[in-house]
Design a protein. Structure first.
Length: 341
């Protein structure tokens, strides 16, 4: 009996040897390449953040995998989003980065969306957008009071009707606050909108404060351009005297429209996602690596040098926001569709 017990003990010790046990999941990434699929062409904000992450994120993943950025522009980021959902293998080696407004677009019934947003695995967002509305002094709109009291619709520039920032914010503000608005679509981007405003074709537009502060800095400092309304939950440090749209709204419906249609969209503009079915332990590894990278001093120095900010949302928070979009009251959803269409 003793001999048999010794044999069992020896056999167990042999089978339990570290060399024979399955490799821990954390070693999966060793020697691998992680691909970040970006829904824009090289050089834009999405591309810049992704390349900065690619330079540093591997340092925070067991096995130190290399990173590769692959640009997949087209169809308003739909090509990249649909690829990550339908084509990419759910093994943790493909990360998608595309315009988060598409996730809201699914709820609103936008065409060309071939994914189910609640099935993505979410890594996080590096920075929340902080949109504001800015107008040229020549337009006569130098304060929120001047805008709300305007006798004729104020012209704001946009790209197209599926742009939930440039097009969506003015339309929602019109419905929620009653400010007079005429959205003029067809511009290629914010630089063209700025030029059109300076030429007198437009009064201004609504988009990220970080971008406006950088590209319109001289005009803002001279007073020839004024930020008259913030469409963010909390005031920006440089704009404490500029009112918040959510506080100006006089009805619960108006506040809800601003929260869902502007605040939530601005928070998820730059999501990083994984294909559905990615193993949960790999999701957690990548979430932690993402969070740790955004605190890395070399990463922060790199993005600061490029005049980009870091104001992150965790994967768990992002997932909660996305799931919340599908719990919007039917009457609110109908109202949003009416406004944006």
């Amino acid at each position: 009996m003793l001999t048999r017990l010794r044999l069992y003990t020896a056999a167990f010790a042999f089978l339990a040897s570290p060399d024979l046990l399955p490799a821990p999941e954390s070693s999966f990434f060793q020697g691998k390449t992680i691909r970040i699929v970006v829904g824009t062409s090289p050089g834009g904000g999405f591309d810049v953040y992704s390349r900065a992450l690619a330079h540093h994120m591997g340092n925070y993943i067991p096995g130190n995998p290399t990173f590769l950025v692959e640009n997949m522009p087209g169809a308003g980021h739909r090509i990249a989003a649909n690829h990550v959902y339908k084509v990419a293998r759910p093994d943790g080696l493909t990360i998608g980065n595309f315009f988060g407004g598409l996730l809201v677009g699914q709820v609103l019934g936008y065409s060309g969306i071939e994914f189910d947003a609640v099935k993505f695995e979410y890594i996080g967002v590096p920075v929340k957008d902080n949109p504001v509305c800015a107008f040229t002094k020549a337009s006569g709109i130098t304060s929120y009071e001047k805008w709300s009291g305007a006798k004729t619709p104020v012209k704001l520039g946009a790209t197209g009707a599926d742009d939930l920032m440039l097009y969506g914010i003015p339309k929602i503000l019109n419905a929620a606050l009653g400010v007079p608005v005429q959205v003029v679509a067809g511009y290629k981007g914010t630089s063209d909108i700025r030029l059109a405003a300076e030429a007198g074709e437009l009064a201004g537009g609504c988009w990220g404060w970080e971008s406006i502060r950088s590209t319109w800095r001289t005009a803002i400092d001279s007073g020839s351009v004024n930020v008259v309304l913030q469409t963010v939950p909390k005031s920006q440090p440089e704009l404490v005297k500029v009112p918040l749209a959510i506080e100006v709204a006089k009805t619960d419906e108006g506040r809800q429209l601003i929260q869902i249609g502007i605040h939530n969209v601005s928070a998820i503009t730059r999501p990083y996602v994984l294909p559905p079915g990615t193993p949960k332990d790999r999701v957690q590894i990548l979430r932690k690596a993402f969070t740790d990278t955004l605190k890395d001093q070399e990463f922060l120095a790199e993005v600061k040098k490029l005049n980009f900010a870091v104001d992150p949302i965790s994967g768990e928070e992002l997932e909660g926001i996305i799931h919340g979009l599908f719990k919007i009251k039917p009457e609110t959803l109908v109202k949003l569709k009416e406004i944006l269409n």
